[in-house]
Design a protein around this ligand. Structure first.
Ligand SMILES: CC(=O)N[C@H]1[C@@H](OP(=O)(O)OP(=O)(O)OC[C@H]2O[C@@H](n3ccc(=O)[nH]c3=O)[C@H](O)[C@@H]2O)O[C@H](CO)[C@@H](O)[C@@H]1O
Ligand SMILES: C=C(OP(=O)(O)O)C(=O)O
Length: 425
């Protein structure tokens, strides 16, 4: 089993470069299914989710290359192959195969998606959208079956402003007949990125990034080239690391506007954040102060940053509270942080964190992707050695994390270890 081993206590200094956005990449790659010729996407992060999606596109007949961050997808020979099991279970975003295959083939069979366990993650709004467009949707033996004679544009009001549902409905609606309106749409930057790719393919989409998206369906979509936006969650993770143990860190390849909620909270904690055009500089910090945070849909504070920020809170003076209104059970990392001597507890959907705490290295488990990023930070801060298990979660979403952190001074390495069980002891 692969683990990360971290010797804590090193300071971070220098430039760290953010990769393309995971949560864009995982939607842009399936979006290519809708084109009639090759789509090239630059800046795809080297994460396992991207490799798994490449494999899924190949399973349905796509010809895909992925080298140096550039993925080229030739969708011309794709067929509506059912994908009930296997790779679809390895990631959450396999659900975008539903919208894209429905848009192109008017049918799809996709197993229930995997991804991080964060508490219940329903997809009822995705299904409601597909049904409004005229698809018949059934759940048989854990797979979703979608079939439509034709897709017809409709007015769809989302009960919750879901990123996944907004993108998935967009993917199907660009090939529906007539007009679709998505009301109470999510406004995350990744939605604009997907709309930009689709528009360059020939789709007619207005209002992406606002709460009302209007789509006029088209008969065909063509191949194109696209460059992905920077990953605002990875950028936030590095900003938080820099605030905790940096001696001057430049986080490069950032859109500062996407970081506003994070930047504002860090400033409230006493962190000096200098914004440049495409980078953010965090100098050496002292006297961090406790704050209260509530996660919200964009442009609010992102749930994906809740877990890394809770580690910074262990280093701040006083009692911080962080409430997750998007995923109420996204707190498994708190138990792991307690193993490292953090003074923290969970009450309902809120973590209450007492700082400053002297963290101690320990053996911990990355229960999910951002929990893993939080534990990497905790290990970098802690005295002694931290060993992180189940790092495959981290590698679903962070590209070259070890190389990037070592280049600015961290002592972290990946190792294969043998876990002793009754059978091999
Ligand atoms: C692949 C991807 O981009 N994943 C992101 C996406 O996940 P995901 O697409 O799962 O999140 P959504 O934005 O869809 O969900 C937001 C909220 O809506 C609820 N909901 C969602 C869909 C639905 O049909 N019904 C429903 O009730 C969810 O339970 C959650 O409380 O947004 C999350 C919230 O920003 C991020 O943590 C994930 O990183
Ligand atoms: C929860 C996340 O990912 P996913 O939706 O792919 O599980 C995340 O990116 O933090």
């Amino acid at each position: 089993m692969d683990v990360y081993k971290i010797q804590g206590g090193n300071r971070l200094k220098g430039k760290i470069t953010v990769s393309g956005a995971k949560n864009s990449a995982v939607a842009l790659i399936p979006a290519s299914i809708l084109a009639d010729s090759s789509v090239t996407i630059g800046g795809i992060p080297e994460i396992s989710d991207a490799w798994t999606l490449k494999a899924l596109l190949e399973e349905i007949g796509g010809e895909v290359t992925f080298e140096n961050g550039k993925m080229t997808i030739d969708p011309s020979k794709m067929v509506a192959m059912p994908l009930p099991n296997g790779n679809v279970k390895k990631l959450r975003a396999s659900y975008y195969m539903m919208g894209a295959m429905l848009g192109r083939f008017k049918q799809a069979v996709i197993g229930m998606p995997g991804g991080c366990f964060l508490g219940p993650r329903p997809i009822d709004q995705h299904i409601k959208g597909f049904e409004a467009l005229g698809a018949k949707v059934t759940n048989e033996h854990g797979a979703i079956y979608l079939r439509a004679d034709e897709l017809i544009g409709a007015k769809i009001y989302l009960d919750v402003a879901s990123v996944g549902a907004t993108i998935n409905i967009m993917l199907a609606a660009v090939r529906a007949k007539g007009k679709t309106t998505i009301e109470n749409a999510a406004k995350e930057p990744e939605i604009i990125d997907v709309a930009t790719l689709l528009t360059n393919m020939g789709a007619n989409i207005k209002g992406a990034g606002t709460s009302v998206i209007r789509i006029e369906g088209v008969d065909e979509l063509k191949g194109t080239k696209h460059t992905i936006i920077p990953d605002r969650i990875e950028a936030a993770t590095f900003m938080i690391m820099a605030a905790a143990i940096g001696d001057g860190v430049l986080v490069d390849n950032v859109i500062p506007l996407h970081m506003e909620a994070v930047t504002a909270k860090l400033r409230e904690m006493g962190v000096t954040v200098e914004e440049n055009e495409e980078s953010i500089y965090i100098s050496k910090q002292k006297n961090l102060q406790a704050v209260d945070v509530k996660t919200l849909v964009y442009p609010g504070f992102p749930t994906d940053v809740q877990q890394p920020l809770s580690v910074l809170m262990t280093q701040a003076e006083g009692t911080s509270m962080i409430t997750d209104t998007i995923y109420s059970a996204r707190f498994k990392h708190i138990d792991e942080l307690r193993r490292m001597s953090a003074k923290a507890r969970v009450e309902g959907n809120t973590a209450i964190i007492q700082g400053p705490a002297s963290l101690e290295g320990s053996t911990v488990t990355a229960t999910d992707l951002r929990a893993g990023a939080a534990l990497v930070l905790a290990g970098l801060i802690a005295k002694g050695e931290t060993e992180i298990h189940d790092i495959y979660h981290i590698e679903r979403g962070y590209s070259s994390l070890i190389e990037k952190l070592c280049a600015i001074g961290a002592n972290i390495r990946k190792e294969s270890i043998v876990i002793k069980t009754k059978n091999n002891a």
